[in-house]
Design a protein around this ligand. Structure first.
Ligand code: FE2
Length: 239
């Protein structure tokens, strides 16, 4: 299966430090309306996600040995070093880059092929899985993310708090995520998180992207890197 090109790159600034970019949305800002408004995307992508990029770039320069590192390497290093602020901001940068790709304009899309089979095997039907995802999102306390993951060949639903990310956990290959931070839904749904979760899950899931991630390389699809990894992914896609 072809692997998409990376959605951005890291580059070195004048000091030789890593600098990451805010990836463009893969659709127009008004393309997800009425389920997710242009105004929500202006704030969520244009302000919140941008702030995580800015803070990551500010903090990563204070770390030794991360010149030329991929975003995922920065996240892993931050966790290993106990650099909590850098972990939170770099993980949020990656989580949001992944989240935008999990969505696509409402066109009656449904899972198909191997993904549909796995969903039926694990949850009995797509509707049953979506219901569980909505319940997971609803019951999640405070800020965080609801995940559909692949764990040793099986589909599982899970939640992670605040900025935590599957990249920091063994056995959690990310397939799909729903942002359940209040900033994701307050403009369109006020405090009604279940309404937001139901609208997004019923209408906006990019099932093609979810299916691609069955190869276990979902992490890389929201990574940012210099030339070396980008080149290796292009070679994989071409082969
Ligand atoms: Fe968010």
């Amino acid at each position: 299966m072809a692997v998409k090109p990376l959605i951005g790159h890291s580059f070195t600034n004048g000091d030789g430090a890593v600098a990451f970019e805010l990836p463009d949305l893969p659709y127009a800002k008004d393309a997800l309306a009425p389920h997710m408004s242009a105004q929500t995307l202006e704030f969520h992508h244009g302000r919140h996600h941008r702030a995580y990029v800015k803070k990551t770039n500010e903090m990563v320069t204070a770390q030794q040995g991360l010149e030329g590192a991929t975003l995922i390497e920065v996240i892993e290093a931050a966790k290993a070093r106990g650099a909590t602020n850098l972990f939170n901001n770099s993980a949020q940068l990656w989580n949001h880059s992944f989240f935008w790709q999990c969505l696509s304009p409402a066109q009656g899309q449904e899972p198909s092929g191997k993904l549909a089979q796995l969903i039926d095997d694990s949850f009995s039907s797509t509707d049953a899985m979506l219901k569980k995802l909505v319940e997971e999102a609803e019951s999640h306390f405070s800020n965080g993310w609801t995940w559909l993951i692949l764990n040793r060949g099986k589909l599982e639903i899970s939640s992670l708090h605040d900025a935590d990310t599957p990249l920091a956990h063994d056995g959690m290959a990310p397939l799909f995520t729903l942002d359940v931070w209040e900033h994701a839904y307050y403009i369109d749904y006020r405090n009604e998180r279940p309404k937001f979760a139901n609208a997004v899950l019923s209408n906006l899931v990019n099932w093609e992207f979810v299916a691609e991630n069955l190869d276990g390389r979902g992490g890389r699809r929201a990574d940012q890197d210099g030339d070396q990894l980008a080149e290796s992914l292009r070679e994989t896609a071409d082969s």
